[in-house]
Design a protein around this ligand. Structure first.
Ligand code: AMP
Ligand code: ZN
Length: 145
């Protein structure tokens, strides 16, 4: 079952329409595989989204080339954010599926400048399982690669 049940017709999701300039946006950078634009819900000033040009709902729907291109654009945008806004921190966030925190079903990566007391929080319920459990998880993953 896909992570995100995408109900919009092909090419008609909100980011497909933004990529095609059918709705307004503040674009920052475009290349063959990616588009970077200002997030309409600026969590902090300079918050950018880097999306695939082609519609792909989640990371699992992208090609390896698209996934790499999104990170390459994010790297370029991150350097521009650092130069233009000089935040003391920078977080990249990428959500997949409603349970993963994704609200727009078109693959995108957040580039978020960070500041003291900016109110951004992610609960991280750390656990420390025995090494045998880690080895077993690693074995499952190696078998799936
Ligand atoms: P996520 O929750 O990771 O799927 O992030 C979706 C992001 O898309 C949110 O931060 C929204 O503010 C942003 N967003 C939704 N519609 C638009 C739009 N038309 N232009 C720019 N950003 C948008
Ligand atoms: Zn789309």
């Amino acid at each position: 079952m896909p992570m995100f049940v995408d109900t919009s017709p092909p090419g008609q999701c909100i980011f497909c329409r933004l990529v095609a300039n059918e709705i307004p946006s503040a674009k920052v950078f475009e290349d063959e595989l990616t588009v970077a634009f200002m997030d309409i819900g600026q969590v902090t000033p300079g918050h950018v989204l880097v999306a695939t040009r082609r519609h792909a709902a989640t990371l699992l729907d992208t090609t390896p080339e698209e996934a790499a291109a999104v990170m390459q654009t994010a790297h370029r945008v991150a350097r521009a954010v650092q130069a233009a806004f000089q935040p003391p921190g920078l977080t990249l966030l990428q959500a997949n599926g409603a349970l993963g925190g994704q609200t727009v079903a078109h693959f995108h990566l957040h580039v978020v400048p960070r500041h003291e007391g900016d109110g951004i929080a992610l609960t991280w319920p750390r656990q420390e399982p025995p090494s045998a459990v880690l080895a077993s998880h690693a074995e499952r993953l190696r078998a799936a690669l």
